[in-house]
Design a protein around this ligand. Structure first.
Ligand code: XUL
Ligand code: CO
Length: 438
């Protein structure tokens, strides 16, 4: 049975194509900077937005028309699995991602919930035997249910903490069963509303303890996925603990967890933190923890997480620049943590949205590769910092300078004139590359 009868396999037709159901830039087998686009980008579909989401917002319920609408309960979960693999195949997408609660409904007890998961995981595993689509990552939804109202790993209620541990254990087993490349920890409600009732130190210590237990259990069962923390500054809590890349790195360092984790960075989360996405990627890259991307974009006029499909070519270019400079994403990938707008409620919109995102990243990849090949920014940066390669600058960089030697130098040498940073020129060069014939 087909869920998306109106859509055939999406092929690459090139940038002149006017076929809305074709790729204009994403050509999976095209080689860019020594690897195919498919290998560079490692695109993934987010199960929650594409198969579970229904277009609801705080002001109104479901708008989405979905071919699995007539089902309920476990039948609905099964229909979604069937539809999802048809979707992956038609889109030729190599990965997918899910939360435990996206794929199977909660039962009345944890046991029943786990049995529901077992059925659906077995079904997914079966589909994966013949599909080329793999699991980029899975995760636990420890934020939707009311038991998690005060958090999961940072709850004030030890019983809830235990429940979270049980849920996490099951998710690690599922990751192992489905050969997940990564495992994501997004602290949905790991944060606080007010310090007036919050023991911040205990909450953070407990969160680290949960991560430590996860490391131990993964080792015990031989699950060798890369663990990823996904930073976000706010929403749903007023203050999320994993605020941004820098905060998450400090947390990992404090608790001796840095060797076990990398970061899954999301564009819209960066915006909410007051950063560009490329800032977050750079912070992760220079600290050796750039793991994976949640690709989307926010709306700069709105202060919340709109999770739109990425279409801003400046951002995709600078994102892929960081990824290429990182030597790729390793086990990570580019997951579309993005949803069609509430008004885009037809099944075809799911394809249009992914095509738009995949083409935008493919174009970004090509432009970034060309920028690196031509050493556009590298030359500028080398020239700009050249004073640190000789004389007093070299001494500073080599750790030989002291405040005595700096004082001696400053007393005896006039300060060299500063040079222009040429920001506007650089932006117009970037424009030329984006608008150029790639
Ligand atoms: C929420 C968000 C999550 C994580 C996975 O903003 O990004 O969907 O990606 O839990
Ligand atoms: Co995300």
């Amino acid at each position: 049975m087909s869920y998306f009868q109106n859509v055939l396999e999406i092929a690459y037709e090139g940038k002149q194509s006017t076929n809305p159901l074709a790729f204009k830039y994403y050509n999976p087998q095209e080689v860019v900077a020594g690897k195919t686009m498919e290998e560079h980008l490692r695109f993934a579909v987010s199960y929650w937005h594409t198969f579970t989401g229904e277009g609801a917002d705080p002001f109104g319920g479901k708008t989405a028309l979905r071919p699995w609408d007539r089902y309920t309960g476990l039948d609905l979960a099964k229909a979604r699995v069937e539809a999802s693999f048809e979707f992956y195949e038609k889109l030729n997408i190599p990965f997918f991602c899910f939360h435990d609660r996206d794929i199977a409904p909660e039962g009345d007890t944890l046991r029943e919930t786990n049995e529901n998961l077992d059925q659906i995981v077995a079904m997914i595993k079966d589909y994966m035997k013949t599909s080329k689509t793999k699991l980029l990552w899975n995760t636990s939804n420890m934020f939707s249910h009311s038991r998690y109202t005060h958090g999961a790993g940072t709850t004030c209620n030890a019983d809830v903490y235990a429940y979270a541990g049980a849920q996490l254990k099951k998710s690690l087993e599922i990751g192992k069963e489905l050969d997940a490349q990564n495992y994501v920890f997004w602290g949905g409600r790991e944060g606080y509303e007010t310090l007036l009732n919050t023991d911040m130190e205990l909450e953070l210590d407990n969160l680290a303890r949960l991560y430590q237990m996860a490391i131990e259990y993964a080792k015990e069962i031989g699950f060798d996925a890369q663990f990823l923390i996904e930073p976000k500054p706010k929403e749903p809590t007023k203050h999320q603990y994993d605020f941004d890349a820098a905060t998450s790195i400090a947390f990992l360092q404090k608790y001796g967890l840095k060797d076990y984790f990398k970061l899954n960075l999301e564009a819209n989360h960066a915006t909410l933190a007051g950063h560009t996405f490329e800032h977050e990627l750079r912070v992760a890259r220079i600290n050796g923890v750039l793991g994976s991307l949640d690709a989307n974009q926010g709306d700069l006029l709105l202060g919340w997480d709109t999770d739109e499909f990425p279409q801003d070519l400046y951002s995709t270019t600078l994102t892929m620049y960081e990824v290429l400079k990182n030597g790729g994403l390793g086990k990570g990938g580019v997951n579309f943590d993005a949803k069609v707008r509430r008004g885009s409620f037809e099944p075809e919109d799911l394809f249009y949205a992914h095509i738009a995102g995949m083409d935008s990243y493919a174009k970004g990849l090509k432009v970034a590769a060309k920028l690196i090949e031509d050493r556009v920014f590298e030359q500028v940066i080398e020239q700009r910092y050249r004073s640190f390669r000789e004389g007093i600058g070299k001494e500073i960089v080599e750790g030989k300078a002291t405040l005595h030697t700096l004082e001696q130098y400053a007393l005896n040498n006039p300060v060299a004139k500063n040079e222009s940073g040429r920001l506007e020129l650089l932006r117009s060069i970037l424009n030329q590359y984006i608008l150029g014939d790639l």
